[in-house]
Design a protein around this ligand. Structure first.
Ligand code: GLY
Length: 369
């Protein structure tokens, strides 16, 4: 979708907040802050919603044992918010986003301790139960069921874009923020390659690119994921197995993911990698041999040094970060928007965000000994 073009005199106009990055985190935060009365400008280097959010699989997976405790609290809260979040966006945009509630089948190579089953709310499946749920899966080891949702992230971002338009959020796209402008240790706006934009509040939601913006107060690292979609399958559940996962969509697509690659900002799709992933999918579900390859793509997850997001104010007054959501940006979008709006408005956030503070990367904050 082309950028929405907003014409104004940039020298006189100021906004209550500028959001750098129009992925699902920036879009959702823009909606949250508009609801609190803020005027907002989003500056997006490419096209709204067309980076990690477009590439994402859309599993709303909040398994406690897969996430650090502090992050799990946010993930669980966000997963709970999803039905209402989706309902509201569907209502506002008229766009359906294929929120599915069929649950997830987890395939393991080894038995899991009883404690894990309880902690993660996993129900062990007998082989006949697995065959009843997903007759085409060929798997010898233990299998489990977990109640989890999934949705199509592309329709989610499409709906969020419609909502920000409806809410009169200003957007400039196709231009890169190079620098956050600071005067007397307070934010005054941002500088793109073309011009300055003025605001006393700037939120860096630039995903994998967030750490590229000056002053570099934190680093982010792109983690490439290559994926494919097949057509003509009967899988009904999200399936997670060692080395491969499946996310079915209601329109018949089956998303197959994904690689985790340290390849810088390289987003090329490599035929041999896609073939290997495709083969891993066929090994687990032989019927996929006859499914048609519909699409292959790659995206860059916003990684951080400790694989946890960066949420909150930086050392500079008025400069905030909401980035580094790594593999969970879609899941964490609603809670991120809620918490960041609270922080920006000077309210006590609903969850303790100290584990996600940008300041954790400062040498003085690291554990010694
Ligand atoms: N969230 C799925 C992935 O990172 O591959």
């Amino acid at each position: 979708m082309p950028a929405s073009f907003i014409f104004y005199n940039a020298r006189v106009k100021t906004w209550d907040a500028i959001i750098i990055g129009g992925g699902i985190i920036g879009l959702t935060l823009a909606i949250g802050l508009r609801k609190r009365g803020f005027s907002i400008l989003i500056i997006e280097r490419g096209e709204l919603g067309h980076e990690a959010s477009y590439a994402a699989a859309g599993m709303l997976a909040d398994c406690p044992s897969e996430l650090p405790q502090s992050l799990w609290q946010l993930a669980a809260a966000s997963a709970k918010m999803y039905p209402e979040f989706v309902h509201e966006l569907e209502d506002e945009s008229g766009i359906k986003m294929d929120l599915r509630d069929n649950g997830t089948v987890l395939l393991s190579r080894h038995a899991l301790p009883e404690d894990n089953l309880q902690k993660d709310n996993l129900r062990a499946l007998t082989s006949s139960e697995l065959a009843a749920l997903e007759p085409e899966i060929k798997h010898e080891g233990p299998a489990f069921f977990r109640a989890e949702r999934s949705l199509d992230p592309r329709s989610l971002t499409k709906a969020a874009i419609a909502a920000i338009k409806h809410r009169e959020v200003d957007v400039v796209s196709g231009t890169t923020v190079q620098q956050v402008l600071i005067s007397s240790q307070k934010v005054t706006g941002v500088l793109t390659e073309k011009r300055e934009y003025s605001s006393a509040i700037v939120i860096n939601c630039a995903g994998a690119w967030a750490g590229e913006i000056f002053p570099r107060q934190f680093t982010t690292k792109p983690v490439k994921g290559q994926m494919l979609a097949l057509l003509g399958t009967s899988l009904q559940h999200v399936v997670r197995a060692p080395g491969v996962y499946f996310v079915p969509r209601s329109d018949g697509r089956l998303v197959v993911g994904s690689t985790l690659e340290d390849a810088g900002f390289d987003k090329r799709v490599e035929t041999d990698v896609i073939q290997r992933l495709h083969q891993a999918a066929i090994d687990l579900v032989p019927a996929l041999q006859s499914a048609r390859l519909h699409e292959a793509w790659a995206g860059l997850r916003p990684g951080t040094q400790d694989e946890q997001p960066i949420l909150g104010e930086t050392a500079t007054q008025g400069y905030f970060a909401a980035t580094g959501h790594y593999r969970d940006g879609i899941l964490l979008a609603p809670i991120t928007a809620k918490l960041m709006a609270q922080v920006i408005l000077g309210e006590k956030p609903e969850f303790d965000l100290s584990a996600f503070s940008v300041l954790r990367f400062e040498p003085s904050h690291r554990a010694v000994g």
